[in-house]
Design a protein around this ligand. Structure first.
Ligand code: GDP
Ligand code: MG
Length: 598
């Protein structure tokens, strides 16, 4: 069978530049969905994604298209997740394609995230062609943006398609370009099966569903398949395509993209980037680029109501079913009781999981400030990895410590270069390069400790650049660093959930800022509350919350009873996000205070 009529492509775009809207237009135009059936942004399935306008889980669809040349084509649109935390997943989705549409908002221009993904695509020799979206906007500047694409990315953009996904302008031209510019897949039909697993998720009814792109050979229903990274084998119970709903097919062959259901129990066994082959006729080499993804950012999650502990555990287990990059293990805190230490790919991933727990599982949680993994080299020459201050050994047992570094690409208009560099320096950054991509757009490349990024780097970056800076990063390595554990004490008692690992040089400054922020956040109690920050036995900062002068309720005595009840109810409401530590009530914000200090 010929595979000349297949085109596999992704849409590469910065967040909000119109990827999902354009995907909808392509589905609609090719009749995969009629306008009436069409649910806006079909590809962004989850509510949360829709609300935040981001794509969390990749979805893939097969489109049928009859081109101007009269031939019928199968176009596989491979959607990619759109955030910096998911770069590896993006790279695997791109590896399943021959080409990519580079969608750039004609009123905004090229952004860092666009660049990162375009480079990923160009590195693996995909055919990338530009589409300028949102040309309906009065602020659109197609000429300028075309020049920018050519200058910055270095691809020919003079015949970029001018489109408005919103108004359906340029849809047919885009489909024609896909057919003309993107090469058909190559591969050996008679070779042993070699397929790339580029996405997987857990379906409540069908178990784990994997998405594959066939590079060589054929995958038939009933085949015994093997996943090469785990050496586990399964039977392909169902094989099919999304068109756009699931439809079974007898087999998938070279160049094709589709799903396989093979009785895999756990998404952790269906690793993105793995190679699928046949058990009894294996290909001799796995696909390149496979990586095990590991959580990089951690935080503690505790139910406010201790009775919700079991519920929280069940909810975490459920989310984990669908997300192997997320991890959790029980953790106990003197201050917060029983909870879990959870690991995430990055900050956005963390926020998404926390939000789903609260929204879909109706849990009220206290979240502790995010931390990263540190390596502790002990004096007995063993090494442990720790992801919370609580696990840090006593100083006399530590030989030295290492912390993770990232390589950050920050893209800013030249007006903001000074402040951005100052911020990177403040955050212990090491400069790699400053590139003027055009006279007005600058790429600032820094090596930075991840620890500083998870605190407040992103928010600070956005505020000093009036929202214009964009950030993209990748993990580099672990580096030796002078780190100490800083404890926070409330009325003399250490609140373990507030302990932090900080760079020694920053400890005083952080300690002072933290206690003064906490002072603002803790409301007056019946007694005086002392807030202290300490390193070991040495107190480095102190603030006091004065005792309340009058009983709140005292005012109401003698007054009408409903007012008193209302007041009590209001207090109960406010309590939702409170946790008693000793006899002091701490609001959720206090546990995140470190994120709020400047
Ligand atoms: P994504 O983050 O790249 O998937 O972007 P979306 O498709 O979610 O679009 C982001 C926002 O831009 C949404 O509010 C869209 O309605 C809007 N949008 C998308 N395409 C166009 C367009 O061609 N013109 C205009 N004016 N708005 C658009
Ligand atoms: Mg989207």
């Amino acid at each position: 069978m010929s595979h000349d009529n297949i085109r596999n492509f992704s849409i590469i775009a910065h967040i909000d530049h119109g990827k999902s809207t354009l995907a909808d237009r392509l589905l609609e135009y090719t009749g995969a969905l009629t306008a009436r059936e069409m649910q806006d942004q079909f590809l962004d399935k989850m509510d949360l994604e829709r609300e935040r306008g981001i794509t969390i889980k990749a979805q893939t669809v097969r489109l049928n298209y009859t081109a101007d040349n009269g031939k019928d084509y199968i176009l596989n649109l491979i959607d990619t997740p759109g955030h910096v935390d998911f770069t590896y997943e993006v790279s695997r989705s791109l590896a399943a394609c021959e080409g990519g549409l580079l969608v750039v908002d004609a009123s905004q221009g090229v952004e860092a995230q666009t660049l990162a993904n375009v480079y990923l695509a160009l590195d693996i020799n995909l055919e990338v062609f530009p589409v300028l979206n949102k040309i309906d906007l009065p602020a659109a500047e197609p000429e300028r943006v075309i020049q920018e694409i050519e200058d910055i990315i270095g691809i020919d953009a003079h015949d970029a398609v001018l489109a408005s996904a919103k108004e359906g302008i340029g849809t047919r031209e885009i489909l024609e370009e896909i057919v003309k510019k993107i090469p058909p897949p190559k591969g050996d039909q008679d070779a042993p099966l070699k397929a790339l697993l580029f996405d997987s998720w857990y379906d409540q009814y069908q178990g784990v569903i994997i998405l594959v792109r066939i590079f060589d050979g054929t995958l038939k229903k009933g085949d015994k398949i093997q996943l090469m990274s785990t050496n586990r084998s399964y039977e392909a119970l169902k094989v099919g395509v999304f068109a756009p709903v699931m439809r079974e097919v007898p087999s998938l062959s070279v160049g094709e993209v589709g799903f396989v259901i093979a009785g895999i129990k756990d998404v952790a066994d269906a690793k993105v980037g793995d190679t699928v082959t046949l058990l009894h006729r294996q290909c001799n080499k796995a696909m390149e680029g496979f990586k095990e993804v590991k959580p990089m950012v951690f935080s503690g999650l505790y139910p406010i109501d201790t009775a919700q502990y079991e519920q929280l555990r069940d909810a975490l287990a459920k989310l984990k079913l669908n997300d192997s990059s997320f991890s959790f293990e029980p953790e106990t805190s003197v201050a917060l009781g029983f909870g879990f230490r959870c690991g995430f790919l990055g900050l956005l991933h963390m926020e998404i999981i926390q939000e789903r727990l609260e929204r879909e599982f109706s849990l009220d949680l206290i979240t502790t400030a995010p931390t990263v993994v540190y390596r502790v080299h002990r004096t007995d020459s063993t090494m442990i990895e720790i992801e919370s201050a609580a696990k840090m050994p006593e100083p006399q047992h530590i030989d030295y410590m290492e912390e993770p570094f990232i390589l950050a690409h920050i893209h800013v208009p030249n007006d903001f270069v000074g402040p951005v560099i100052a911020l990177c320096v403040e955050k212990r950054g090491v400069q790699r390069e400053i590139k003027y991509l055009t006279p007005t757009r600058v790429m600032i490349i820094y090596e930075l400790p991840l620890n500083e990024i998870v605190l407040d780097f992103y928010d600070r970056l956005k505020s000093i650049s009036k929202g214009y800076a964009s950030l993209d990063y990748e993990h580099l390595d672990f580096r030796r660093s002078d780190l100490v554990r800083m404890n926070v004490m409330i009325n003399g008692e250490i609140v373990d959930a507030l302990s932090l690992i900080v760079h020694k040089e920053k400890a005083y400054y952080r300690g002072r800022a933290l206690v003064s922020k906490m002072k603002e956040l803790i409301s007056r109690q019946m007694f005086e509350v002392a807030i202290q920050a300490a390193i070991g036995n040495k107190v480095i900062a102190r603030e006091t919350v004065k005792a309340m002068r009058k009983d709140v309720l005292a005012k109401c005595y003698g007054g009408d009873i409903t007012r008193k009840r209302k007041l009590l109810e209001k207090q109960k409401e406010g309590k939702k996000r409170m946790k008693n530590v000793g006899n002091v009530e701490l609001p959720q914000e206090a546990f995140l205070a470190i994120l709020k200090v400047e």
